[in-house]
Design a protein around this ligand. Structure first.
Ligand code: THU
Length: 142
């Protein structure tokens, strides 16, 4: 992916930190999900007093897109930090990796972890979820 496109996604993800609802952990996460059609779906984490209903930023972005009929994706950019202060990478949790596995090709889908517009790392989904279980596994015969 081009550097300019990555920087754009980082900007969008950082903007999401303002909307992150985190009265319990105060750990703010922002995501920007690039669809194959060029549309970008943003997301933030949304916590809950009952804790388990909390939704991660990445899943917020995916569910916004899927709920609008968009199911093909190229990349997701993720930023996060305590009180929205970005000092290190915020890798996606296992549940979010599994949601990515549902909709994305693990060989080509890119997960961009960023701290600022100059500091980022790109992984494929396969690198961060090796030997993942996905829709293809249910299609196999036997
Ligand atoms: N969080 C995310 O938004 N994405 C992740 O992949 C890791 C965790 C959120 C959930 C919770 O609101 C806070 O970070 C602390 O776990």
């Amino acid at each position: 992916m081009e550097t300019e496109q990555i920087k754009k996604l980082i900007k969008t993800a950082i903007r999401q930190l303002d909307f992150s609802y985190t009265p319990y952990s105060r750990f703010k996460v922002g995501a920007a999900l690039l669809a194959e059609n060029g549309q970008v779906y943003s997301g933030c984490n949304i916590e809950n007093a009952a804790y388990t209903p909390t939704n991660c930023a990445e899943r917020t972005a995916f569910f916004k897109a899927v709920s609008e009929g968009v199911v093909s994706f190229r990349a997701i950019c993720i930023v996060g930090g305590k009180d929205g202060v970005l000092t290190e990478y915020a890798p996606p949790c296992g549940v979010c990796r599994q949601v990515m596995m549902e909709f994305c090709d693990p060989e080509t889908f890119e997960v961009i972890l960023a701290v600022d517009e100059e500091t980022w790392q790109v992984y494929t989904l396969k690198e961060i979820l090796p030997a993942g279980f996905g829709p293809g596994n249910l299609k196999k015969e036997g």
